[in-house]
Design a protein around this ligand. Sequence first.
Ligand code: ATP
Ligand code: MG
Length: 503
Amino acid sequence: MAEKEAQGLKSILKDMVVAKTSLLYLVTEEDRRVEGEIKSLAAAFKPPLRTYVWACTTGVTLEDEMVLPNPSIMDALDWFMNLNETAFLLINDVHVFLRDNPPVIRKLKDASKRIEHTYKTIFLISPVLEIPPEIQSDVVLVDVPLPSPDEIEKIVEKVISREKYRDHLKAALTDEARDLFIKAGAGLTSQQVQQAFRKVLSGKHGISAQDIDLLFEEKRQIVRKSGLLELFTQPMEFDHLGGFGTLKKWLFMRHDIFSKRAREYGLSFPKGVLMMGISGCGKSLCVKAIAAFWRLPLLRLDMGRVYDGIQGSPEECLRKVIKTAEASAPCVLWIDEIEAGIANASQKSLGGSASRVLATFLTWMQEKTSPVFIGATANNIELLPPEILRKGRFDELFYVELPSDTDRMEIIRIHLARKNVPLNLFDYTPLVKVTEGFNGAEIEQGVIGALFRAFSENRDVTQNDLYIALESIVPLSTTMKEEIKKLERWAFNRALRAGGDSK
Ligand SMILES: Nc1ncnc2c1ncn2[C@@H]1O[C@H](COP(=O)(O)OP(=O)(O)OP(=O)(O)O)[C@@H](O)[C@H]1O
Ligand SMILES: [Mg+2]
């Protein structure tokens, strides 16, 4: 089974029709958009071709006129095989009719053979990828891409042209606003884009900054409803990350990497990094900081959801995620605790869909050319399969340690500053000393504890409050000495230390 994935759906389909591919399987939830594209492709042939559409409720129709009223899919295929005309046939919801249905599968094979040397083409359309093994070699799979920036731009224009105050809105759609609309629409289906744009523009005379915020909020909701991804448009402030000297240097060296200048220089987009280390040391925070550093949207993938089966098969979920991430590019795709999903799943069903998911993911990582940066985190490196760590997958593996003295001072200051406490009130030397072995999360917890104490006594926070609050915390590292040592041994030679001032 061959597979095609590219920008413009119509041009992909055209290439295939011209190559006399007889059976195309299109995975899409946007059957109307796809039908429109296929019809417009048919109309572009010389002479124009007809597009017949089959659905179980209507039989075969042409431009909504009944051609073959009999609703049986077998009869429709028979009819098309024998039709003395070069034409397209669209079959909707095909997966339902292929499920445990040997006669239909056989009939499709026969039809494919009969039309193989002609431009006659059967388009099988389905929201899910379910191709029975018997016809996998006869079918070419097309993963329908989400709307391109050009298509999104056309949607904005169309939505505006239907609005009451269209002239005002047209004037308000500056180049800058246009870009923001395209950004907001990236990664959504055309229906979702349309709905979001309509909701924001309906009844408006102009486009304000609030409307744009509303648009991104709308997008966030839509992405969240998909159940697999969560979108953060402004993940955090980059300078809220304390320590991580090496990682920061690594980033500074690449600050301009998404620019045209970098591409012209011959540099390719970085693929991603994997952050490993014990809990609470700021791995997740680093990924957010990376997105903030490049000012890119951050998409968080819930790996557990990929495997739990609620949103469809794991493979399908991953395909959806990849599609959304690529359409949203440039972006950061955050895969938190990557080992949990992969390890559990491969234990449950070795050789099954879990390993296929991993294989799909790794191939994508290796081959992807779109600017999707992967920020993955892992706590338990022993569960990670070696192939994920191999060179060429991630640009860098970072080992996250407990923060050093200087790092702890910086982290204490960051959390005080975040609560608007003046920083010059404190002597940091004893605070750094008492937090030996603390992770960032524990330091944050101590600072907040001190603030609560001062607040309950209705006064400003003092050195003493801080010292007492921090001293009372028993750091996780005291009970995890063995584990930390094991991790350090593993990371030595394999990973780069994310902290420190670095070379
Ligand atoms: N280097 C740091 N600078 C500032 N704050 C930090 C730092 N490290 C940790 N923190 C604080 O601790 C919180 C928890 O950190 P984070 O969730 O990133 O840790 P983690 O390594 O991902 O932990 P887990 O493995 O449990 O997911 C952060 O939200 C942040 O407030
Ligand atoms: Mg985390």
